[in-house]
Design a protein around this ligand. Structure first.
Ligand SMILES: *[C@@H]1O[C@H](CO)[C@@H](O)[C@H](O)[C@H]1NC(C)=O
Ligand SMILES: *[C@@H]1O[C@H](CO)[C@@H](O)[C@H](O)[C@H]1NC(C)=O
Ligand SMILES: *[C@@H]1O[C@H](CO)[C@@H](O)[C@H](O)[C@H]1NC(C)=O
Ligand SMILES: *[C@@H]1O[C@H](CO)[C@@H](O)[C@H](O)[C@H]1NC(C)=O
Ligand SMILES: *[C@@H]1O[C@H](CO)[C@@H](O)[C@H](O)[C@H]1NC(C)=O
Ligand SMILES: *[C@@H]1O[C@H](CO)[C@@H](O)[C@H](O)[C@H]1NC(C)=O
Ligand SMILES: *[C@@H]1O[C@H](CO)[C@@H](O)[C@H](O)[C@H]1NC(C)=O
Ligand SMILES: *[C@@H]1O[C@H](CO)[C@@H](O)[C@H](O)[C@H]1NC(C)=O
Ligand SMILES: *[C@@H]1O[C@H](CO)[C@@H](O)[C@H](O)[C@H]1NC(C)=O
Ligand SMILES: *[C@@H]1O[C@H](CO)[C@@H](O)[C@H](O)[C@H]1NC(C)=O
Ligand SMILES: *[C@@H]1O[C@H](CO)[C@@H](O)[C@H](O)[C@H]1NC(C)=O
Ligand SMILES: *[C@@H]1O[C@H](CO)[C@@H](O)[C@H](O)[C@H]1NC(C)=O
Length: 646
């Protein structure tokens, strides 16, 4: 019993420590350049952009910053990213993943802009069409002020902020371009952070921060302010927002010395009384808190104990031979997956989650419980989890064959998929999704439908993996971004640009997948052909030659009518307007019965020769094959330079 409580407490301490972690993945400003690429270069530029983003991610994960140059001539893309130096590596990865997703709003669908910067409070990302890495200032440098005015002593506040900012601007360049600190004179604390980007040299850093001091002062008397420059970032706030456990803190002369003064001027005796009282007070508070937490933890442990879903960490460690590399099945956006054999002989797939679930253990377990109740032949079954070990694990049913991606494109000595098989895979995937969206008791939007998330069983029937992940991490949206960033080709335009997420975003991804499976081409390979597969099918549809899009490796062994029907359904699913896309249950009907199949309208093209197409135009063109004229572009253009303060 006593030992149990001790364990519980150690565990709680772990929880409390973990919950301090904060990737500061809030956007301070997104600034898109208003120079757009010539339409003839657009596809190449975007392909280079995507390749650069992809290459940047591991650099950031290794060293906290990175630069990439991809492409040649006038389609060269330069990209740079860096985390604030006080972030832990894990928080850095989370922040960057989200930053990377959100900078996409500068890129696709309308006019491609040739530059963009995204300032998050924890990280920074910029791409451009020229070498900017050591640039310290630019014409779009900006200052973003908080909108709450400070309520206390203005004079004091102003002088504390100015002193802190001056101090940061002096100490930053001396300290490898980074400094955090606080000033707390007169019982009024302000906190600040300054950082120059990696390639900005000492003198340029000094200059950049010095300029920032004067700019940020213009934010006073607001409670917060940020300067977002080409070469540096500076921020102050009345809240402590940084992590100074890395020891580079500069405390003002206020707080501690004040305490010293109080103690010195009081007699030793009353100091003693005070101290005892204080200690007693804190202990009491702690005990009350401790009792409450113990109670919660006890209830939680009991639920988990009762359930067969609780699989111990040690069991899973042994099942996977201590996560041995030879057991590794793959790596996804949310974690790596290992093959394992449970003591009862059952083969399972164990997913090690990158994300920290410690903060939401009870919610997490609850959701695992709910999701494990979902049964459908086309969904990979969730069997259990381990939440008390050093990392969070999910245990899934093992699906013997590889993913659709492996089968179609990685091709490791596999039989090419024939027409019947492809049709059944598409139908099964549609049925699985229809079940998730409309039939199961939980409404689940998958968010990450793509070839690698459709697994094939021994009969080559599809099983959708990884559904419900989004439900497991309610308060942390960043992991979702990690999962989706990089799968741009599957993302519905309204999701990328407005973050609007409905089942129709899955329908879009499904449509892309359908077209890939039928055509045997990938949408998002970093080639000159990225994005063009939808366009190609759309154009063939317009001229009544859909069958020409079918994978040539089928060697003509397919049913022409069924193939055109499939592709037409695919086009319906990728229509720019979410409302026009059919629901998944209708898609199933279209594939299996004589359900009417309407004429699809245009998908959101990146490159449509001369006309810019707005996928968000509410106008419904009467002529299917004529791009709607972009009359609303000034109203909803995403490509003009704009800034979104938070
Ligand atoms: C604070 O920074 C230190 C050193 O980088 C790191 O070990 C720690 O995890 C960070 N803490 C949080 C809460 O981010
Ligand atoms: C980029 O270069 C290509 C040929 O190298 C040319 O066709 C194209 O017009 C150029 N684009 C711009 C914006 O200069
Ligand atoms: C650009 O990225 C692509 C895809 O990753 C890669 O094949 C190519 O070598 C890169 N080009 C340059 C110049 O780095
Ligand atoms: C900036 O970096 C580039 C490439 O590293 C270099 O050629 C250039 O001289 C640098 N400029 C300055 C002003 O340091
Ligand atoms: C920042 O300060 C400089 C002068 O130090 C000024 O020229 C510039 O306009 C200011 N920028 C902003 C965004 O306030
Ligand atoms: C700042 O403005 C935003 C939107 O304009 C608002 O949602 C937010 O509550 C405001 N914050 C404060 C502290 O006034
Ligand atoms: C505000 O602070 C200043 C400096 O500490 C002090 O001189 C002044 O009396 C304060 N004003 C008020 C209204 O408290
Ligand atoms: C310091 O500030 C806190 C809250 O801002 C207040 O409760 C406290 O009384 C202040 N102490 C002194 C000595 O002014
Ligand atoms: C630092 O960079 C600035 C501007 O980028 C440049 O003018 C200066 O020569 C560089 N100084 C050194 C020592 O490289
Ligand atoms: C900045 O703060 C640190 C820590 O309090 C102090 O040692 C240093 O002298 C200050 N620098 C300036 C320029 O005020
Ligand atoms: C889960 O099961 C393991 C043994 O399989 C047990 O040690 C543990 O107490 C149970 N409860 C939790 C919360 O892990
Ligand atoms: C969990 O189960 C284990 C053994 O199955 C038992 O010893 C332990 O007391 C249980 N814990 C709770 C909190 O029910």
């Amino acid at each position: 019993m006593g030992f149990g409580i001790l364990c519980a407490l150690i565990y709680l301490c772990f929880l409390v420590n973990q919950s301090v972690s904060d990737p500061r993945a809030t956007e301070a400003a997104l600034i898109c350049s208003n120079i757009s690429a010539a339409s003839s270069d657009r596809q190449v530029f975007v392909a280079n952009f995507l390749a650069a983003m992809e290459a940047l991610t591991p650099l950031i994960a290794n060293q906290g910053y990175g630069d990439v140059v991809n492409g040649s001539g006038n389609t060269t893309v330069y990209a740079f990213g860096e985390c604030m130096k006080d972030l832990s590596q894990n928080d850095c990865n989370l922040c960057f993943a989200q930053c990377k997703t959100s900078i996409l709003r500068c890129v696709p669908f309308q006019k491609l802009t040739r530059g963009g910067r995204n300032f998050f409070d924890g990280c920074y990302l910029r791409y451009d069409d020229y070498m900017f890495f050591n640039e310290s200032s630019s014409s779009v440098d900006t200052t973003v002020c908080g909108n709450g005015s400070f309520g206390g002593n203005q004079t004091l506040f102003r002088s504390n902020v100015v002193e802190l900012m001056k101090n940061l601007s002096v100490e930053g360049p001396k300290n490898d371009g980074f400094f955090v600190g606080s000033v707390n004179r007169g019982n009024l604390s302000v906190y600040g952070l300054a950082q120059c980007w990696e390639y900005v040299n000492g003198s340029a850093c000094e200059h950049c921060l010095a300029k920032s001091v004067s700019n940020i002062s213009s934010c006073l008397p607001m409670e917060g302010g940020r300067v977002l420059n080409a070469g540096c970032y500076m921020r102050y706030s009345t809240q402590k927002f940084y992590n100074n456990s890395a020891s580079v803190a500069s405390d003002g002369d206020g707080g501690d010395s004040r305490l010293a003064v109080i103690l010195a001027s009081t007699s030793a005796a009353s100091a003693f009384v005070l101290t005892v009282a204080a200690v007693f007070f804190f202990m009491r508070k702690k005990v009350v808190k401790k009792r409450r937490e113990e109670k919660q933890l006890g209830a939680l442990l009991a639920t988990v104990n009762k359930s067969k879903l609780n699989i111990s960490y040690e069991t899973l460690e042994r099942a996977t031979n201590y996560f041995h590399d030879s057991n590794k099945l793959g790596q996804g956006g949310s974690g790596s997956v290992y093959k394992g054999i449970l003591p009862d002989g059952q083969t399972v797939a164990v997913k090690r989650l990158f994300f920290n679930t410690k903060q939401w253990v009870d919610h997490f377990f609850n959701e695992v419980n709910l999701i494990s109740d979902i049964h459908h032949p086309n969904l990979v079954k969730l069997l259990g989890c381990s939440i008390t070990g050093p990392e969070s694990l999910l245990v899934y049913e093992y699906v013997p064959n590889q993913s659709l991606l492996d089968y179609l494109f990685v091709k490791k000595n596999v039989q090419p998929l024939g027409w019947e098989v492809r049709f059944n895979i598409i139908l099964g995937t549609a049925e699985g999704l229809a079940y998730l969206h409309e039939e199961s008791e939980l409404r689940i939007i998958h968010r990450d439908i793509k070839l690698s998330n459709v697994l094939l069983d021994e009969n080559l029937m599809p099983k959708i993996a990884d559904f419900g992940l989004a439900r497991l991490f309610p308060e942390d949206k960043t992991h979702i971004s990690t999962a989706i960033a990089g799968t741009l080709g599957y993302m519905a335009p309204e999701y990328i640009v407005r973050g609007k997420l409905t089942e129709k975003a899955d329908v879009y991804s499904f449509g892309v997948l359908l077209i890939e499976v039928v055509c045997g081409k990938r949408t998002n390979s970093f080639s000159q052909n990225s994005f063009s597969i939808l366009e190609m099918v759309w154009n063939l549809y317009g001229t009544g030659r859909l069958c020409e899009a079918v994978d040539p490796s089928l060697d003509g062994k397919y049913q022409a009518e069924a193939a055109s029907t499939l592709l037409q359904v695919g086009l319906l699913c990728v229509q720019a307007s979410a409302e026009l896309r059919p629901s998944m249950s209708i898609v199933v009907k279209m594939l299996t019965s004589n359900h009417e199949i309407p004429q699809p309208k245009q998908p959101p093209f990146l490159n449509s020769s001369s006309t810019e197409i707005s996928p968000f135009s509410q106008k419904r063109g009467t002529n299917n094959f004529q791009p709607s004229s972009n009359t609303q572009s000034s109203g909803n253009s995403i490509s003009e330079s704009w800034i979104e303060p938070r």
